[in-house]
Ligand binder design. Structure first.
Ligand SMILES: Cc1cc2nc3c(=O)[nH]c(=O)nc-3n(C[C@H](O)[C@H](O)[C@H](O)COP(=O)(O)OP(=O)(O)OC[C@H]3O[C@@H](n4cnc5c(N)ncnc54)[C@H](O)[C@@H]3O)c2cc1C
Length: 486
């Protein structure tokens, strides 16, 4: 049987070290800062267990696990992976960014290009291969921290002279493993996941940054791992006042490693700056994980389109031509991302035995996605006016009979009741303007790296020859010459 939500929740009771608001949290699973988000993930596993054909496949050892672990050995399997990601994204309307299928896809994408690791180091390749099988067969929920903390971005980690362990690096090497110290950003879902993949996305300089050039995976309860959670939006939310934060606040954390032991069998890259880059960009890791992201993003944009339309119906502006144009713009963005996502699934490139989405198309999709999210939010803000602010202060206002007639009068709508209007408007604000909503704008702009880096990757892989050939051919044509001599 696939794992259940209950099995997942129990596995999180592992004694990990989480800090929040100055306190060390003893039981993070039932803590008001995290418990609903954990239950939302549990529902994903329950959904998976009740939709086994759509969501799972059978591993060589006979377990049924999530399709994100399935190697795309045919076009059909690639499409099925995408359908499963889409179905899971619909369970949170796209608001759980780092659902368990994201990092599972990254590891699976490394395995499609395991030859690259074999060439680099047989031992490290073996460790990765065995880790993939281990995590796949247990259907583990992994998160990752693959960005070095900001510090001074004009310097690489090795040039941060004041504190050489500002960024996670190797303290010492031992016979059975290494000791690491320092920080990584930004472990989204570190309180929800079971293990963490640590790696490096930032550029590193050979010779200067070797001790920071590593990648490994560990359980999140490993001794010395500190999860420094950001402020919880869930903790202060209610279903009525902030329904998205109430259910889907996946949290983000700085992950601090206080002299943590990492055994060799969990180390995939060691002291090799080039391999750190290749791990994501030279394999299908980034491609498969961000194809999953585009499934989620398409779902989220459709949700925002529907939310915006419902809001305009409630405020009676939905028949104005300019309002329909604004709504159509959101629908246009949602449909474009959906089309790009389907194209990633259905026009793959064959690499050995595997069918991999087109990398250039993925970069174009990422760059476009990063640009349009703030635009979509701005459109909804313009349509919302003050309606998302002129609301009862909290659910408690409904408990005071003195306020009832005033809420009825001020929350009037021609098409629905006062309470339904309040519920909808609070949902809109949580999506576009609350601290939870603002964090999502930052997330969509940055989770796959800064925009300039996405464009730099696109520039490097785009088929410029194909593009410039047309210019050359046109300029060299006889007609053109004739035109010039006339
Ligand atoms: C909500 C959220 C969740 C996240 N979750 C995760 C996660 O789970 N795991 C993970 O590993 N990471 C995660 N990230 C981190 C994310 O990957 C990084 O934010 C992203 O890679 C950008 O890095 P940075 O934030 O350090 O910004 P920087 O790299 O410092 O860039 C910030 C800005 O500085 C400018 N800039 C910086 N360098 C240059 C340059 N060389 N040339 C020109 N301009 C430059 C650009 O304007 C850029 O947009 C998350 C981020 C957010 C916001």
């Amino acid at each position: 049987m696939p794992r259940s939500g209950e099995h997942y929740i129990n596995s999180l009771r592992d004694g990990r070290t989480v800090y929040l608001n100055g306190e060390k949290i003893i039981n993070h699973v039932d803590h008001p800062a995290f418990s609903n988000a954990i239950r939302s993930v549990a529902k994903l596993y329950d959904y998976q267990a009740s939709n086994t054909e759509l969501m799972t496949f059978e591993t060589p050892c006979g377990n049924r696990v999530g399709r994100a672990w399935q190697l795309p050995t045919s076009r059909q399997i690639l499409a099925e992976r995408g359908d499963a990601a889409y179905a899971w994204a619909r369970q949170s309307c796209g608001w759980l960014g780092r659902s368990p299928d994201h990092v599972a896809s990254a590891i699976t994408g490394m395995i499609t290009h395991i030859k690259l690791f074999d060439i680099y180091s047989v031992e490290r390749a073996d460790a990765l291969r065995r880790y993939y099988e281990f995590a796949r067969d247990k259907d583990l929920y992994l998160t990752y921290a693959i960005v070095n903390p900001q510090g001074d971005r004009s310097k690489s980690p090795g040039e941060h002279t004041r504190n050489q362990f500002h960024t996670l690096g190797v303290v010492r090497e031992m016979r059975d493993g290494i000791i690491v110290r320092g920080a990584k950003m930004l472990g989204t879902a570190a309180v929800l996941a079971e293990e963490i993949l640590v790696a490096v996305q930032n550029p590193l300089k050979p010779g200067v940054d070797d001790k920071y050039a590593l990648s490994f995976a560990l359980p999140l309860n490993t001794q010395g791992i500190r999860i420094l959670a950001r402020k919880s939006y869930e903790a202060t939310s209610t279903q009525l006042d902030a329904p998205l934060a109430h259910h889907f606040d996946e949290n983000d954390a700085i992950i601090f490693f206080e002299d943590v032991f990492v055994p060799w069998e969990r180390i995939f890259v060691y002291s090799n700056t080039a391999m750190c880059r290749q791990q994501f960009h030279g394999t299908a890791a980034e491609i498969l994980m961000d194809t999953q992201s585009q499934a989620r993003y398409a779902v989220k944009l459709h949700f925002l389109a529907g939310l915006a339309q419902r809001m305009t119906q409630i405020t009676g502006i939905n028949e104005f031509p300019s309002v329909r144009e604004s709504l159509a713009n959101i629908a246009c963005h949602a449909t474009t991302i959906e089309g790009l996502f389907r194209s990633l699934l259905h026009n793959p490139i064959q690499y050995g035995n595997y069918f991999i989405p087109n990398q250039v198309l993925l970069y174009a999709c990422q760059a476009f996605a990063q640009t349009i999210y703030p635009q979509v939010i701005e459109i909804i803000r313009k349509l919302a006016g003050g309606g998302v602010i002129m609301l009862p202060s909290s659910v408690l206002d409904f408990n005071n009979p003195e306020l009832n007639h005033m809420i009825e009068a001020t929350q009037y709508s021609s098409v629905t009741s006062a309470i339904e209007r309040v519920k909808l408007m609070k949902l809109v604000w949580d999506a576009i303007g609350s601290e939870f909503g603002s964090r999502h704008t930052q997330y969509e702009m940055f989770y796959s790296g800064p925009h300039f880096a996405t464009l730099a990757r696109l520039y490097g892989r785009y088929d410029w020859q194909n593009a410039t050939d047309m210019t050359s051919t046109l300029l060299a044509s006889d007609d053109m010459m004739d035109f010039r001599t006339q």
